[in-house]
Design a binder for this molecule. Structure first.
Ligand code: NGQ
Ligand code: ZN
Length: 442
C-alpha cells in the first residue's frame, strides 16, 4: 500500500454496517490504489472533547492537602487552561486529533469554551481560539463538529465568573455573533452546533434566548449535566429540581440534544432521556478518572435510549478503551457479566460499537443508518484477530488485548492513516512536543 496516497478504495471481505455484515464490499474512491482488507467498520464519532486537556493528561494525579475530587481537579485544570493561547491550542488539538484517528475516531465534537484571552478580554478576532481548533482538525483530517460553548455564571445561584473562568465568559449577544461567524465556515468536514456549558453556567433566560435564536435553529445542542452529586444537590437547592428533570421541564429536549455525562439520574429522568430521543454522552474513562459515578446503562438500553462516547479530558484516547470501560464499570457494579447485550446470543461488542456509532452520529446531527466516508480497517495480520469471523470480530476488536488493531483509517473520504501511520503524524507530533515543552518552561 502506498502510505502517502489519500485516494483509492478498498475491497473488504467483511464490512460491518449498522444493518449487518456485507461481503466483498467496496469503500472509498473507485479510482486510485486498491487495498484488500478482511474486516472494516464505520469510524467512531467522538461526541465530547476538550482538546486542550490532552496536554494535562497525567498531570493531576498527585495527592493534594485535602480530599481530592472533581472540584480540586477542576482547579488544576483552570490553572493549566490559563496558559493556553491560540498557537498552543492548535498544536495540542492537532496531535490529539491524530491520536483519535489512529485509534478509530473519525469525527470529533469539540466542546469549546476557551474563548477569551487569559485576562478575560476577547481576542482581536473573537473566533481566534475556535479557528485554532478548525485548523487543527483540518490539518489532521478529522471531521469536526465545533460546539462553541455559552458560559456565563459561576454557579446555580448566578454568581459571577471567578477570575480564572473569565476567559470562558460570553454575553448572549457575543455568543450568537460567534455562532454566526463560525456557521459561515461550515463545510463537508466542519459542522457547527450549540453548547450550553452546564445549568450551573447558564441562566434560564440566556438558555431560552439562545435556543430560540435564528443562528441556533436546527443545530445540535450539547450540555454537561448531572455529572457530580454536588451539582444535583445545588440544582435541587436553587432550582427545586434535579438537573435533568429541570432541563426537561424548561426546554424542549429532543433528538437534537446530547446530554453529556447524565451520570446521576433517577429512574424517571433516565426514562425521560430515552423517550426524548436525546443522546446520553458517556465518557467512561474520564468519568472514572474524575470519580463521577456510573450511568444506569442497562435500564437505559431497556428503555431504548441512545448513547455515544466521548474521550472528554483525554486521559485515554481510544474508543476501544472507553467502550470496554463502559461495559466493565457496569459489570463491577452489578457483579455479573454481559450487560450491554439485549437478547440471548447478542454480542456485547456489536451492541457497543453499533449503538455508540449511531448515538455519535445523532450527536453530530448526521443520519444514523448509513456510513459512507468514515471507515476503519482492522489489522488482519494481528494474532488478536486470528480465527475471528463475523460472529466474533467486534468482540475480538473490543475485548482482546491492547495491541492497536486499527490499521487504516478513512475520514471524509480520504485515507489519513495507513499502516498505522498518520500522513502528517511526525510533523504534528514535533509541533506538539515543542508546545508542551514551552508550556512546561513557562
Ligand atoms: C469541563 N469537564 O468543562 O472541562 C468540565 C469540568 C466543569 C468535565 N466535566 C469543568 N469532565 O464541569 O465545571
Ligand atoms: Zn466536558
Amino acid at each position: 500500500m502506498d502510505s502517502t496516497s489519500a485516494t483509492g478504495g478498498a475491497t473488504v471481505a467483511h464490512l460491518w454496517t449498522p444493518r449487518g455484515w456485507q461481503r466483498e464490499a467496496r469503500i472509498g474512491d473507485v479510482a486510485g490504489n486498491e487495498v484488500r482488507a478482511r474486516f472494516a467498520l464505520p469510524g467512531m464519532p467522538n461526541l465530547h472533547s476538550h482538546a486542550f486537556q490532552r496536554a494535562m493528561a497525567g498531570l493531576a494525579e498527585r495527592r493534594g492537602p485535602g480530599e481530592d475530587s472533581f472540584w480540586t481537579w477542576r482547579e488544576a485544570m483552570y490553572g493549566f487552561a490559563s496558559r493556553i493561547g491560540p498557537d498552543d491550542l492548535r498544536a495540542i488539538a492537532a496531535q490529539l486529533y491524530v491520536e483519535m484517528l489512529a485509534a478509530g475516531y473519525t469525527h470529533v465534537c469539540e466542546f469549546h469554551y476557551l474563548h477569551n484571552a487569559p485576562d478575560g478580554r476577547p481576542y482581536a478576532d473573537p473566533a481566534a481560539m475556535s479557528k485554532a481548533i478548525i485548523e487543527a482538525a483540518s490539518d489532521a483530517g478529522i471531521g469536526l463538529t465545533l460546539l462553541p460553548v455559552l458560559y456565563m455564571t459561576g454557579g446555580f445561584d448566578g454568581r459571577p465568573l471567578s477570575e480564572r473562568q473569565r476567559r470562558f465568559g460570553l454575553s448572549v449577544d457575543a455568543y450568537l455573533r460567534l455562532l454566526d461567524s463560525l456557521a459561515a465556515l461550515e463545510s463537508r468536514q466542519l459542522r457547527v452546533g450549540v453548547a450550553l456549558h452546564s445549568l450551573r453556567a447558564v441562566p434560564e433566560a440566556a438558555m431560552r434566548e439562545v435556543l430560540a435564536s435564528p443562528p441556533a435553529a436546527g443545530r445540535v445542542v450539547h450540555i454537561h449535566v448531572a455529572e457530580q452529586i454536588g451539582e444535583v444537590q445545588d440544582c435541587l437547592g436553587v432550582r427545586g429540581a434535579r438537573p435533568v428533570q429541570w432541563l426537561f421541564d424548561h426546554a424542549e429536549v429532543d433528538s437534537r440534544w446530547c446530554l453529556v455525562h447524565a451520570t446521576h439520574v433517577d429512574d424517571a429522568e433516565m426514562h425521560a432521556i430515552a423517550r426524548s430521543g436525546a443522546v446520553a454522552g458517556l465518557c467512561p474513562t474520564t468519568e472514572a478518572n474524575l470519580g463521577d459515578g456510573l450511568f444506569p446503562l442497562r435500564g437505559y438500553l431497556d428503555a431504548d435510549g441512545f448513547f455515544g462516547i466521548g474521550s472528554d479530558s483525554h486521559v485515554s484516547v481510544s474508543p476501544v478503551e472507553d467502550l470496554r470501560w463502559l461495559e466493565y464499570g457496569q459489570r463491577l457494579l452489578a457483579r455479573r457479566r454481559i450487560i450491554a447485550a439485549c437478547k440471548t446470543g447478542d454480542s456485547v461488542g456489536e451492541l457497543l460499537w453499533t449503538s455508540a456509532w449511531q448515538g455519535g452520529r445523532r450527536a453530530v446531527g448526521l443520519p444514523n443508518d448509513v456510513a459512507r466516508d468514515d471507515w476503519i480497517v482492522l489489522d488482519d495480520a494481528s494474532p488478536l484477530l486470528a480465527a475471528r469471523d463475523e460472529r466474533s470480530a467486534l468482540d475480538g476488536f473490543l475485548f482482546a488485548g491492547n495491541a492497536p488493531l486499527v490499521r487504516d483509517v478513512m475520514a471524509g473520504g480520504a485515507w489519513v492513516v495507513r499502516d498505522f501511520r498518520h500522513r502528517e503524524g511526525e510533523r504534528i507530533a514535533a509541533d506538539y512536543r515543542r508546545t508542551v515543552e514551552s508550556l512546561a518552561d513557562g
